[in-house]
Design a protein around this ligand. Structure first.
Ligand code: ARG
Length: 438
C-alpha cells in the first residue's frame, strides 16, 4: 500500500518499512490532511486542471473518509507509510481511478507542511484559551484572598505583601505567554501548499485560492523554505517551555506552601494523592508532576533545534521527527494548564498562618529604617541601627513592634510614639503595594 514503487526492483525490507512509517503518530493530522486535500482539489478544478465532476467525486470521497474516521467506522491503522498514504489509498478504493488525480501538482512535502501548520495554528489557539482559563482562576483566587503574607527574596522573609499581589505575578507571566503564542501564530500564518516537492510546479495553480480556503494570510514567498521550515514548531515549543517554566515555579511555591513548615495553603483532596504506607500523608502530586513534566517540554525544544540544525535545503526525512515531540509537548502543556486551573480554583489560603509568619519575620525592618530616614538620619545609618535592633530582638525573642519606646530610644533618640503606626504591617501595605495597585 505505497504511493511509490515503480522504480524499485525489490520490496522494502520489513524492518525498514516499520522504521520509516509515521502513521502511528501522524494520524493526529487526519483532519488537516483531508482539509488540505479538499482545498487542493477545489483549486485544481478552478484552475481547469481537473474537471468539476472529478473534483466533486474526489471531494465527496474525502468527506466520506472524514466522517467515517470521526464516527469510528474507519480506523486509522494498517500497513501505510503515513497519514497521507492512508487517506489517498482509501480515496482510490472508494472513488476508483479518479482518486489517483488528487496528487496532481502536489508533493507530500508541501502536504505535510500545510497539514502541520494548520494543526499547529488550531492548537496554538487552544493553548491561548487554556491560558485564559488559568488566568481567570488566578484572578478569582487573588481577589478572594487579599490577606497579608510575607514576601521573600532568597527564600528568606523580606517585606510584607499580600497573597493577592503574590499570585497576580503569575497572571502577568501568563499575559506575556499569551502574547508570545499570538506572535508565533502571526508569523506562521503563511500557506506552503503549492511549493510541491521543493521547486513548485509547472501547472498553472492558484496558491492564493488555497490560501483563502485554508485561512492563511498569504502564500509563502520561497518554495524551498516553505517545505522545509519548521521554525513555527520550534517557536511554539519555545513558548511552551516558557509557559512550563512559569507553571513549574508556581508548582514549586504550592509544594512549599503546603508543607507543615510553611502551612500557608491547603491543596484540595481532588488534586492530591496519598501514600501506600504512611496513612497521614497528603502529597502535592499534581504540582510535582507539572514541575517534572517541564523537563519533557524543554527536551522537545532542544530535540527540534538539534534535528533541524544540520539539514540542508529542502525537505529531509529527519523532519518527520518533529511530530512526536511537538504532539507530546502540546498535550503536556494543555493538561498542565488545565490541572493548574483546577488546583487553584480549589486552593484554600490559611490566612492566620500567613499573618503569623509576617509577625515572626521582621518584615517591617525596612519600614523602620525608612522611619528613621524620614526623621533625618541618612538611610545607610538607619539601616545599621535597625540591624542592631533586629539582633537585639532575636536575642530577646521579640518583634520590633514589641519593643517599648525606651528600648527603641537606646538605639536612636529619633524614635517617637508614631513609630508604631508607621511600622504597622497593614499601614505599610496601605502606603505601599495597596496604594500602587488596585
Ligand atoms: N511522513 C513525512 C513527514 O512527516 C511526510 C513527508 C514525506 N515526504 C517524503 N518525500 N518522503 O515528514
Amino acid at each position: 500500500m505505497k504511493l511509490w514503487g515503480g522504480r524499485f526492483k525489490k520490496a522494502e525490507n520489513k524492518l525498514m518499512e516499520d522504521f520509516n512509517s509515521s502513521l502511528s503518530f501522524d494520524k493526529t493530522l487526519y483532519f488537516e490532511d483531508i482539509q488540505g486535500s479538499i482545498a487542493h482539489v477545489k483549486m485544481l478544478a478552478k484552475s481547469c486542471i481537473l474537471t468539476q465532476e472529478e473534483c466533486s467525486i474526489i471531494q465527496n470521497g474525502l468527506k466520506s473518509i472524514l466522517s467515517d474516521i470521526e464516527s469510528g467506522k474507519l480506523k486509522i491503522d494498517g500497513d501505510y507509510e503515513d497519514i497521507h498514504s492512508f487517506v489517498e489509498t482509501n480515496l482510490i478504493e472508494r472513488v476508483g481511478e479518479v482518486g489517483k488525480k488528487l496528487h496532481t501538482a502536489r508533493s507530500r512535502n508541501d502536504q505535510v507542511a500545510v497539514d502541520l501548520r494548520l494543526y499547529a495554528k488550531k492548537k496554538a489557539y487552544e493553548v491561548i484559551d487554556n491560558i485564559e482559563m488559568l488566568q481567570a482562576a488566578i484572578k478569582e483566587l487573588a481577589y478572594k484572598n487579599d490577606s497579608i503574607m510575607p514576601g521573600y527574596t532568597h527564600l528568606q522573609r523580606a517585606q510584607v505583601i499580600t497573597f493577592k499581589h503574590h499570585i497576580l505575578a503569575y497572571y502577568n507571566m501568563l499575559l506575556r505567554d499569551k502574547k508570545r503564542v499570538r506572535n508565533a501564530i502571526e508569523i506562521m500564518n503563511e500557506n506552503p501548499l503549492g511549493c510541491c516537492a521543493l521547486a513548485g510546479t509547472t501547472y498553472n495553480i492558484d496558491r492564493n485560492f488555497t490560501t483563502r480556503e485554508l485561512g492563511f494570510n498569504k502564500p509563502v514567498d520561497n518554495f524551498l523554505d516553505g517545505v522545509s521550515d519548521r521554525d513555527y514548531v520550534i517557536e511554539l515549543l519555545s513558548c511552551f517551555s516558557i509557559i512550563m517554566m512559569h507553571l513549574s515555579r508556581l508548582s514549586e511555591e504550592l509544594i512549599l506552601w503546603s508543607t507543615k513548615e510553611f502551612d500557608f495553603v491547603q491543596i484540595d483532596d481532588e488534586f492530591s494523592t496519598g501514600s501506600s504506607i504512611m496513612p497521614q500523608k497528603k502529597n502535592p502530586d499534581a504540582a510535582e508532576l507539572i514541575r517534572g513534566k517541564t523537563g519533557r517540554v524543554y527536551g522537545s525544544l532542544i530535540a527540534l533545534l538539534t534535528i533541524m540544525k544540520g539539514i540542508p535545503l529542502a525537505y529531509n526525512k529527519d523532519m518527520q521527527e518533529d511530530k512526536e515531540q511537538f504532539f507530546n509537548s502540546l498535550d503536556t502543556v494543555l493538561s498542565c494548564l488545565k490541572i493548574m486551573s483546577g488546583m487553584l480554583s480549589t486552593l484554600k489560603i490559611k490566612e492566620k498562618n500567613t499573618f503569623k509568619s509576617v509577625k515572626q519575620g521582621f518584615l517591617n525592618a525596612t519600614e523602620a529604617a525608612d522611619y528613621l530616614a524620614n526623621k533625618g538620619m541618612p538611610f545607610r545609618d538607619a539601616h545599621k541601627v535597625i540591624g542592631e535592633i533586629v539582633l537585639y530582638c532575636e536575642q530577646n525573642i521579640k518583634a520590633i513592634e514589641d519593643l517599648s519606646l525606651e528600648e527603641l530610644k537606646k538605639f536612636s533618640e529619633l524614635f517617637e510614639e508614631d513609630v508604631y503606626s508607621f511600622i504597622d504591617y497593614q499601614n505599610t501595605l496601605n502606603r505601599g503595594i495597596k496604594r500602587e495597585l488596585k
